[in-house]
Design a protein around this ligand. Structure first.
Ligand code: BGC
Ligand code: BGC
Length: 793
């Protein structure tokens, strides 16, 4: 793992040279405006020499656009800003692309307004999670998630995706992406497995470097970080993919050299590729949080790996260091962080850092070092030298480049190359002239095929196709391909079109999720919609193709048994037509597994052929001999073994619990149903609770395994109900209006609903309100012990 310093050889052009403190000329940017500062006065060192402690501190504070206004930027002069997955321009998470550019201009103008105090004017830069295309922005090309790109194994394809993504980011006026994720996911229960290219460090290393090169250009070559390029981030350093039981932000245990050989492996190549920033990880290593870990964050990353760029923190992760809070944490800077990602508590952090520099808790030299790195990154991006406002840059506002036909064609190519065929009893490619029925709720469902980090943070929920202008669903792709082949395709989500088709394609899979919400205790795929469709076609004598959407390997033995052909489609993104390209044989199936696929559902880490149903590299081509799999074992203890006691906790529904508002399914208790709006809110952790808002007469039902005698519900009421609210369980409606009214403004409380007031508790819980009303819930559990007691609120 030890390596030579990069800086020694880096005094050419570009960021590596700039970061090493060489006097290189930054790439020239387009635009006609006069330089903001004269060329002699704008070296990072010269700028630093003219800055007050306050302005220096502002350079290392990164607030979220949801918590600052352009006026705040003008007043404080933050160095960088971000939009989190749930923030869009002007408070609108789904804000149109034009609003992104408009806001970028506003921030730019605020950060470059002349200063009367003689300090230098330093433009702010804006970072976003463009982790599979610039996918926060409606209308952008949404590329397949990394797990799918891993299955292509095609570094040049990934480099080209980086090129396209950078251009789309620049169109909307942003400068920097928090990508690529170079996690080596080793426990697929982790909800970010799909952000990982592979469980194999060598493949992650190769593809991560290719993405960086695409986004930034090549150090030492013209155009590096110039027009059409953005700064990239290798994240999350390190161990994100190695936490015990795949728990997000958890602890990684083991011998440090062994851990580094897997989880730090992608970083040397990322650094050699000139990556501008590295994001420190939320996780700890052997009990020590990375954000406070000087030996790893400074001695290893700077000393041994030779990284010269910016170390940016993750979302309030500094606040998790013992003794720190979000607004007070000198420890992180001292450990080696250069920028604090402090979405909301930036005022408190700004005040504490200024104080700590002035009282000597933080040496000025450490602050200066961090600020210099930020300034060098800006210099490398060209924004210290006459850069113009975002809309006036090379690609700024060129809307024809956002989701352009060329970029969409590239995404479609990536989708086609990532399809992995597990099983094919001579059905694929589909025959010309066939009558095809396409079933499953996922078939015509762009939010589901896009997955998490798509327009919204968790994806899915109340998103619709309208939030992805220009996108093509898997169904639309099949329909077009069928037409071209002289075949006939009908969409029958419930599989009930009348005439008997020649073949049925059943599209099904995981609902969208993102970090920590997507963590699972096992790898059982529970949703039986697809399974039932496959079985009912088989019963009618119709051959089937299963198209499985997932962000990770899952136990699908039942579906594999029930289908005649099976394709792992991952999370393809906006260009669903790439799936049809393989199904109809327009593209050869070249996708091969970059993760081992499990034989059993329990979910213990599987990183090799032993215990795998399909090993790394598996995937059938059309020329493969007709392989019929032997019947697979369908037993899975996890499917039946949960007691059903926890119905909702830590932002997640229990294993066999469903939430429904009329006919709308609310995965993980989130989304909209008729008159019901459920949104994530924070109680102890990000989005670990829900706000449930009722329109008049609306109701929401949770159903799950019958067990326990009473309900315990942690809840909070901010404004008392304006009309009766009832809860129905075990068939009996109980008026809880009084209890909820008494709870108004009293913070988090517990409601215990026992058989004494409910009759029998049953396996169903329905809340209904006659008038508009909202309350918050953080936990719902079933409890034997409370059976005999009275109800309480
Ligand atoms: C995510 C953000 C998101 C926020 C919501 C964070 O962990 O990274 O992008 O907006 O949580 O609370
Ligand atoms: C995630 C990062 C992301 C950041 C900003 C964090 O919660 O871990 O991957 O870049 O939020 O959205």
């Amino acid at each position: 793992m030890k390596r030579q310093w990069l800086g020694r050889l880096a005094c050419g052009a570009g960021l590596a040279a700039l970061l090493a403190g060489c006097a290189a000329t930054p790439p020239v940017q387009s635009g006609s405006a006069a330089p903001l500062v004269s060329p002699t006065a704008n070296s990072p060192e010269a700028l630093l020499a003219r800055m007050s402690v306050e302005r220096k501190v502002a350079q290392i504070i990164q607030p979220d656009i949801g918590s600052i206004t352009p006026a705040d930027v003008r007043e404080y002069r933050f160095g960088t800003i971000l939009n989190g997955g749930n923030s869009g321009p002007f408070g609108n998470d789904k804000g149109p692309a034009t609003d992104w550019l408009k806001l970028a201009d506003e921030y730019w103008e605020a950060s470059t307004a002349p200063l009367a105090d003689g300090e230098p004017v330093i433009p702010a830069i804006w970072a976003t999670d463009a982790v599979h295309g610039h996918a926060n922005v409606p209308g952008a090309t949404v590329f397949p998630h990394n797990i799918a790109l891993g299955a292509t194994g095609d570094a040049d394809l990934i480099r080209r995706i980086g090129v396209a993504t950078a251009v789309e980011i620049e169109v909307t006026g942003l400068d920097w992406t928090f990508a690529p994720t170079v996690a080596v996911a080793r426990d697929d229960r982790w909800g970010r497995t799909y952000e990982s290219y592979s469980e194999n460090p060598a493949l992650v290393t190769k593809l991560g470097a290719a993405m960086i090169e695409g986004l930034q250009g090549r150090p030492g070559e013209p155009g590096y970080l110039g027009p059409g390029k953005v700064a990239a981030t290798a994240k999350h350093y390190f161990g994100d993919g190695g936490t015990a039981q795949g728990v997000d932000q958890g602890d990684v245990n083991g011998d440090i050299n062994e851990l580094m050989s897997i989880h730090a492996a992608p970083y040397p190549a990322a650094i050699d590729a000139g990556v501008a920033s590295v994001m420190a990880s939320f996780n700890s290593i052997n009990g020590v949080k990375m954000h406070g870990n000087k030996p790893l964050l400074t001695d290893e990353l700077r000393g041994n790996l030779g990284f010269k760029g910016v170390v940016v923190g993750d979302w309030n992760a500094h606040g998790q260091i013992p003794g720190c809070s979000n607004g007070d944490c000198p420890q992180a800077l001292m450990a080696g962080l250069d920028i604090y990602m402090v979405p909301e508590d930036w005022k408190a952090l700004y005040a504490s850092l200024v104080r700590q520099v002035k009282d000597g808790t933080i040496p000025m030299a450490r602050l200066d070092e961090a600020v210099l790195r930020v300034l060098r990154m800006k210099q490398a991006l060209g924004i210290l030298d006459g850069e113009v406002k975002p809309s006036a840059r090379a690609n700024g506002g060129k809307w024809n480049l956002l989701g352009s036909p060329e970029h969409r064609a590239l995404a479609r190519e990536a989708v086609a190359k990532s399809q992995v065929i597990f099983k094919n009893a001579g059905i694929l490619p589909l025959k010309a002239g066939a009558r095809i029925e396409v079933a499953g709720r996922a078939a015509d469902n762009i939010p589901q095929q896009a997955g998490g980090w798509s327009v919204t943070w968790q994806g899915g929920g109340d998103l619709t196709a309208a939030d992805f202008p220009g996108a093509t669903s898997i169904w639309s792709g099949i329909a077009a391909a069928a037409k071209a082949a002289g075949s006939e395709a009908v969409l029958a989500p419930e599989g009930n079109a009348t005439s008997k088709p020649d073949v049925a394609i059943v599209v099904f899979g995981e609902q969208p999720y993102a970090e920590f919400v997507g963590d699972r205790k096992d790898l059982a795929f529970r949703d039986e919609e697809g399974l039932n469709l496959l079985k009912s076609y088989r019963a009618r004598g119709v051959p089937t193709v299963a198209v499985f959407l997932s962000g990770r390997p899952l136990w699908v033995n039942r579906e594999l048994n029930a289908a005649d052909a099976f394709v792992a489609s991952w999370l393809p993104g906006s260009e669903g037509a790439g799936v049809a390209d393989v199904l109809f044989g327009a593209a050869q199936p070249s996708g091969r597994l970059s993760f081992s696929w499990p034989k059993t559902c329990e979910g213990a880490p599987l990183n090799g052929p032993e215990g795998a149903l399909f090993p790394l590299g598996y995937g059938l081509g059309f020329a493969a001999p007709r392989i019929t799999l032997p019947p697979l074992d369908e037993t899975c203890a996890a499917l039946t073994h949960d007691t059903g006691a926890v119905w909702f906790a830590s932002g997640k529904l229990g294993a066999r619990v469903q939430a429904v508002a009329d006919n709308a399914l609310l995965p993980d208790l989130r989304g909209n149903g008729n008159g019901i709006v459920v949104t994530g809110v924070d109680r102890k952790a990000q989005e670990d609770a829900r706000r449930i808002a009722f329109g008049p007469g609306a109701k929401i039902t949770l159903s799950g395994p019958e067990s326990g005698a009473a309900w315990r519900i942690a809840y909070q009421v901010n404004a008392r109900p304006a009309g009766p609210v009832t809860v129905t369980a075990g068939g009996k409606a109980v008026d809880i209006t009084l209890g909820l009214s008494v709870a108004e403004g009293k913070g988090w409380r517990e409601m215990v609903l026992t058989p004494a007031c409910l009759g029998s508790a049953g396996g169903k819980l329905t809340f209904a309100s006659t008038a508009p009303f909202a309350f918050q819930i953080s936990e719902i559990t079933r409890d034997e012990a409370a059976a005999g007691a009275e109800c309480s609120f």
